[in-house]
Design a protein around this ligand. Sequence first.
Ligand code: WT7
Length: 648
Amino acid sequence: MSEALSNLLREDRRFAPPAELAAAANVTADTYGEASADRVAFWERQARRLHWDQEWDQALDWSNAPFAKWFVGGRLNAAYNCVDRHVEAGNGDKVAYHWEGEPGDTRTITYADLQREVSKAANALIELGVQTGDRVAIYMPMIPETVVAMLACARIGAPHTVVFGGFSATALRDRIQDCDARIVITSDGGYRRGAPSALKPQVDQALAECPDVRNVLVVKRTSQDVEWKDGRDLWWHDVVDRQSDQHTPEFFDAEHPLYVMYTSGTTGKPKGILHTTGGYLTQVAWTHWGVFDIKPETDIFWTAADIGWVTGHSYIVYGPLANGVTSVMYEGTPDTPHQGRWWELIAKYGVTILYCAPTAIRTFMKWGEQIPAEFDLTSLRVLGSVGEPINPEAYVWYRTHIGGDRTPVVDTWWQTETGALMISPLPGVTEGKPGAAMKALPGIAAEVVDDAGNPVPNGSGGYLVITEPWPAMLRTLWGDDQRYVDTYWSRFQGRYFAGDGAKKDDDGDIWLLGRVDDVMNVSGHRLSTTEIESALVSHPKVAEAAVVGANDPTTGQAVVAFVIMRGSAASGGDAVVKELRDHVASEIGPIAKPRQILVVDELPKTRSGKIMRRLLRDVAENRELGDVTTLTDSSVMELIRTNLSKPG
Ligand code: WT7
């Protein structure tokens, strides 16, 4: 990390908050002090943003650490908080979503519409026998029914598990099996890159090995042909549309499971991150309001992410709806039908806050600043970044060419596990440094520690840890308490290990440096090296595989695989490489496809037999080789280098 890091820390541009924004900001500098004086009391105040049917009698129970309970004894309903209470307050006509389909079709969905649709969907799920506590899998494109389905589950206390529509049938199958879902909600397909892209075939394939799934509810979006299994498959419009639009919500315990979201870990098996209701909703609502400086009456908020990731859960669905805000939701890709689509949408809906990933920004940089320059982006007042470290050049380009050199950029660090934003500037308070996530938010306690767990001095790097429990923290891994303890709470006793490297600069501000474990970040998506390696070796022609994340100018990191073929397939060749890339796509999903596959004769290993990924990364990034003295046979690296002249 050294050279890139010292360049980063020589970054000395500073951007003060705009005076007008600072003067009217939701959160001021005093909040840090107020929150650290009594962290738990701070979160109690934020919890009162929500409607509780019954207030809690204990704010935090940490007696069985690291298993937290927040707002013990409190009762609430997440869907009621996101929908009904806004209607009851007279805001039923307010737009919840300006939805735009990729082909250009649009839908305007008010809070009153949402209340009716969510009630109908809840009634439909009840008719299908879904009970409180049952898991429902959702595998959908970016359409309003995805939000409706999630809220319908929340309303009846059935935890949802949304599987990103870009995941393969195998990945879907594994997730359905792991959380034992009995109902799947999907659609015939969605629009991507100007054409309908199918989802139902993946569901059919997955369910061949999920005998316990009783029903599949299918939303008609593209009208493409679908296979139909009578008795199991039901059209959403047949079942949901005829339901009553009245449904009285039940209130659930604050710790009632809200959802399970799978994410990649360092082993091949994805982890089911469990989020519960009261603490999660409290922190997503507060962070959305505070970090984006939300003014619910006037802001038009847009998180340009997929609902299938935690960013979509927290900042397309639960945060904005809990705050009664109007959001934009877009189905498709940024370059369909032209490379100015996002900017056209911002101008059309008057978007005031945009939240997206650095990989998107770098893509727009590549396409050129003349594209956004054609659109009126003056409505924007805050820009957000998430998913991976934002390099200073992308930050400054974003601020200059999208934000008109006026808007603060908030670089928000968090994870599927943290549920909500954790480390971020505050737009009305922080003097922004391009590339730095800056400081733990009020109510959050973060530290950078060395190998021994001691806080590092300013100017040094180490591991990011969270030192106190926070309301939106994961409660466990679905069905695997021990793995929860081992993965997050064992590396540094009593503290949460995030898996990220970080550095404190001379002012004590935090710069995130990427993962320190076998996890890659490709276009802001988390991928496990081990999972891709297992996918590769599951192919009959592959004997052994090693995967590394190599720096990539657009996607942040890219997947580079080194494979040893079995005897007869040894020569590799373009056809085999293509076959392997497709195999990874069908095992995990197209996002996991290696950018490059290098067929090699041997892999560099330590004397104890561990693959030396660091060296492979050097090769993949065309660097001088690092220290090879612990290699069993350093000529292996020469072999690999030679092979590199014929990349796949
Ligand atoms: C990992 C979590 C949080 C929603 C999207 C990704 C990286 C995330 C930042 C940031 C540097 C970041 C970390 C983290 N990450 N945001 N602002 N700066 N790195 O969620 O899939 O759970 O991935 O993404 O490495 O551990 P996720």
